[in-house]
Design a protein around this ligand. Structure first.
Ligand code: ATP
Length: 308
């Protein structure tokens, strides 16, 4: 379990993580989602003590991870791709990591197999693609068979097969009771992997909920079509719902679900020719939540490039 309480990080006068509190539970995959620059990597680095919080605290399995005597068997991390020296082979790298942590060499071969790197175990890492580097990073994270996995954008650079592989791996680890915390800026990817989502934007938590709730939290939108649409509009406007006229016979209703709209139409004696709930995808929900954060970042880029 990971518990962050009022976690804050400032660089100079810029607050990049702002009083963030959340819990990442074992036995589930928790997605940490946010646009570029939202503060995901910084938060993850603070969890494992690679960055010091300006204020607040974060506990891993109820302890400060910095004090861990067996870091590799407690937390596995993928925080920087290709952090392995170019002249090393996967075998040499993993062997030295295993030796430092007092792990058997047999575990090195297990993770090489698990990550599909057995065939290149004696090749120099310098010639690896980004995807292979990611696989080696994941192999390193898994080496100590840790209770907690923290993976920062693990599918970066992976082909579709690699993406599916990471997804399965994350699901398997969660099914085995591990705490799995994965960051991404892509909702589409998280939608298929995570059970629970924490959304961050501009250093602040914007939402935290199970994936299902994440969609349901949005207001329902329904397209309604009827010949005497004005009668229906009168019936619905009495309830203070948002109505948007699309054309002479159709309407977009925001607020009540389609069943309530159908009932109101029946009570008002209006015959409906269409009653169509608009499906909000996770992507829609995410875009809505983070629109401001993305615009903020785009404005910074625009200002900077404008000044050049
Ligand atoms: N060491 C540092 N010194 C100064 N600013 C930093 C440092 N590390 C990160 N930042 C800034 O903090 C903000 C958050 O960065 P962070 O890498 O945590 O975001 P992120 O959500 O992981 O985004 P990305 O997906 O682009 O990595 C960014 O504006 C970044 O420039």
């Amino acid at each position: 379990m990971i518990q962050a309480q009022q976690l804050t990080k400032r660089y100079g006068n810029k607050t990049v993580v702002d009083q963030v509190s959340f819990t990442v539970q074992p036995g589930a995959v928790t997605g940490f989602l946010g646009p570029n620059g939202a503060g995901k990597s910084t938060t993850m680095r603070m969890i494992v003590g690679l960055a010091a919080p300006t204020s607040g605290q974060v506990l891993v399995n109820n302890r400060d991870f910095k004090t861990s005597k067996h870091p590799l068997t407690e937390v596995g991390t993928l925080l920087e791709a290709k952090s392995v020296h170019k002249s090393l082979t996967p075998l040499a790298h993993l062997r030295s990591m295993a030796a430092t942590a007092g792990l058997p060499v047999s575990r090195v071969h297990e993770v090489l197999e698990l990550t599909g790197l057995s065939g290149v175990q004696r090749k120099k890492v310098g010639g690896f693609s980004l995807g292979m580097g990611q696989r080696l990073g994941i192999a390193t994270a898994l080496l100590g068979d840790p209770q907690v996995l923290i993976l920062d954008e693990p599918v970066n650079g992976l082909d579709p097969e690699g993406v599916a592989w990471v997804r399965n791996l994350a699901r398997q680890q969660a099914a085995a009771g591990k705490t799995v915390f994965i960051s991404s800026h892509l909702m589409s990817e998280m939608a298929q992997t995570a059970d629970h989502l924490i959304v961050i934007g501009r250093g602040r938590i914007m939402a935290e909920a199970p994936i299902s709730e994440f969609i349901d939290n949005g207001l329902s939108q329904t397209i309604v079509r009827a010949t005497d649409i004005e009668v229906l509009m009168n019936a619905l406007s009495a309830e203070g719902v948002q109505l948007r006229r699309l054309d002479g016979q159709s309407l977009e209703v925001t607020g009540p679900d389609s069943e309530i709209i159908g009932r109101r139409a029946l009570e008002a004696g209006v015959v409906l020719s269409e009653l169509r709930p608009l499906q909000r995808t996770l992507e829609d929900a995410y875009m809505e939540l983070t629109r401001e954060a993305v615009e903020y970042n785009s404005n910074i880029v625009a200002e900077h490039s404008g000044g050049k």
